[in-house]
Write a protein that binds this ligand. Sequence first.
Ligand code: ADP
Ligand code: MG
Length: 423
Amino acid sequence: MSRFSKASVRDADVAGKRVLVRVDFNVPLTKPTASSAPGSPEESDMDPGSLPRPGAAGLQVADDTRIRAALPTIELLRDRGASVVLVSHLGRPKGKVDPELSMRPVGERLAELLGAPVSQAPAVIGEDIETMARGLGPGGVLLLENVRFEQGETENDPELATALAGLGDIYVNDAFGAAHRAHASTEGVAHHLPAYAGLLLEREVTELTAVVESPSRSLVVVLGGAKVSDKVGVIERFLEIADRILIGGAMCFSFFRSQGIETGDSLVEEEGVKLAAEALERAQSSDCELMLPVDLVLGRSFDAGTETSEGDGVEVPEGWMGLDIGPKTAAAYAEAIASAGTVLWNGPMGAFELEPFAAGTRTIAEAIASAPGTTVLGGGDSVAAMQQFGLADKVDWLSTGGGASLELLEGKKLPGVEALIDA
Ligand code: ADP
Ligand code: MG
């Protein structure tokens, strides 16, 4: 079992201290009247009596998965008599105050989930905010405004890092989804205070590292989604480690194009064609089997009402685009998943948002849900697909970090993790 090399909040002496916690509350917001917000999962598991109320700009949290994921760390700190100052980014306000990206609706949802009051700071830093932070009693919680309202956040500005450090005695990073960014609240601040890993960040790193370092065999990696260039680092790494890599999604067309196969009007990332050719060549001398689709589901255009056709083979004629893997491919991939000791999945097999092209992704999701091996999911859209199919609770680990999980799997160091004190 791979060990986590950083100091954990579990081992920190926090009683009576003020703890600045970087969380990843970058959640989708929605107008309460929009009954089916895009990307909003079914809220059927939610008690209707506790439905979120709209925040200042009339917005509410559409999916609170990331807030829930941070609760164990917040609760641990409160239980041990610490006061908690929470800081997160939300969207991309680009260094300016944007009322639509206020943390207010997040704070309201957090208070409901905690069953405790959450004070909401009107800004990120400043004298008033320091007074609010100092005024917290044991178990008290203060949520700062969106840290990206400050220009210095993404620039990792030392002044902002110092000002943030002034709000706590101890720093905890629980924002795995932002750990691949060297920003003031994820990296800079960690150099000014004793810096510990939160429970979520620790678990994310441990689960994902275990896939790379100590997987039960066979190790099967399922990769899909839009672009090869997003995932070429992961392909290269796992050609060295995995037993099989199963390719689906639009990225397979970069592979087919590099093999001279007709791709019709399919989405082909030009930059990906060369990368795909290199990966195919590398696979020749690797013990890892790189599997590509053997059949496809075609459509005339990217919409749910379009004419469809089940292609025999993988040639895509002019006037058609490949929008899903076909049933033979899905069955072969499902079999590989069923016999695996470890399965890592990142990226949907097709345009799963459109019902006629969801079958391939659904088959893979179901195979993963019933797989006897260890199953790990990363990537925003694959996790959304698993939730859409109601199978999210059947997976061993669902990563909350898209980009961060990919970088960790590629073998890159995450600045937000590196800056923490060693265990
Ligand atoms: P993840 O967030 O899981 O890493 P990506 O963001 O890389 O996944 O890709 C997800 C997107 O890829 C989805 O919006 C899906 O519609 C799209 N996609 C998958 N297969 C195809 C395809 N064959 N043609 C067009 N788009 C596709
Ligand atoms: Mg995505």
